[in-house]
Design a protein around this ligand. Sequence first.
Ligand SMILES: [Zn+2]
Length: 441
Amino acid sequence: MNRRQFNLGLLGTAGAIAFRPLALQPRLRVNGSRLIAHINALAEFGKNPQGGVSRLAYSEADRRGREYVIELMQQAKLETAIDAAGNIVGRRAGSDKALPPLLFGSHIDSVPEGGNYDGVVGSLGGIEVAQTLVENNLTTHHPLEVVIFQNEEGGLIGSRAMNGELTEKELDLVSRSGKTIREGIRFLGGDPTKLSSVRRQPGSIAAYLELHIEQGGILETEKIDIGIVEGIVGINWWDVTIEGFANHAGTTPMNQRQDALLAAAKFIEAVNRVVTSIPGRQVGTVGRIQALPGAPNVIPGKVILSLELRDLGAAKIQMLYQKIRTEADQIAHTNKVTFDFKEINVNIPAPTDARIRSLINDSAKDLELSTKQMPSGAGHDAQDMARLAPVGMIFIPSVGGISHSPKEFSRLRDILNGANVLLHTLLKLDRANLAVDGSIT
Ligand SMILES: [Zn+2]
């Protein structure tokens, strides 16, 4: 033992933080067998006969799964607390008290009859990263916070409490567990009267990172190891009402009809044509339709259908919408019907931070992994954190592109790749200084 090691040893035995200068640790890896053992153990809480989990937020399985996660956090020497919204936050001090924290994590609640990987890989992967740092005696400059957001699947409740979007009215909505959100927060050990204490201010978080399964089949099909998420797509949803005139199907000649369903059919075709007429990864869907009065011998007088558009750019969604409106005007004219568009819901796109994307790419390259930049078509807690801080998301392949199903599966190798990319991106982020002007200093 040389003198330097001796001093570090002393610090260690004194219980103080060992300030080993945090150079990049290119050979540092998470403990794969431990991480997999944790994922398998968590799968016992809410286990369903089909081989997945039904761990609905605010259920007994959710609460017991969270207790297990808290144990893991404590083993990783994280200072663990449940915030007033019911999120679990495990904190580790950094060497520089002036720096804002780096956050990373995900969620452990599931949909009914869900799988063992959605949210779990990022949650337990995050705890594994913290454990790897502590057992290698590595202290980051920034404080670290591993966050397990509550009730992601039921409307991103925990992360929306953190960014201040969760409204008082929403607390009375009944979740799939049968409890209201307010009751659920209490059930998890939070306090719905103190939600303001959970709220973070923009700028108070250095960055947020989330590891997650892709939930689609692009990475697996293209044999790519790591997806670098460009952003979480915006979703705009309208209900469209088409009014024609209901009349006798036997006595009304074809040239005198005001058939709302025929107009709807032309409209559905037009939506597909407009959305595919320009390059890009935008998607547009008519997923629900109702024709009234709904009888074989009556010309449909009224149709209500849904229109949903998704893209990373809000401007592109608007541009597509305008083109679709123009098409609707023409259909209205030739078919003697009217169209009415009612906006139901708007989720604005949440782009990830370009600098973090490049750090994820560098980390994957160092680990000799292939990467692809891609949008996330599904929602994630990261979209709420994007209102507060620069965010980055790391995707790993979902076998068969299956998710929200007991058949959801990600390979061991891919899970470890993802956790190691998370670890090294975090270390790179810790050394970087993400200036407000968009540069890395
Ligand atoms: Zn998820």
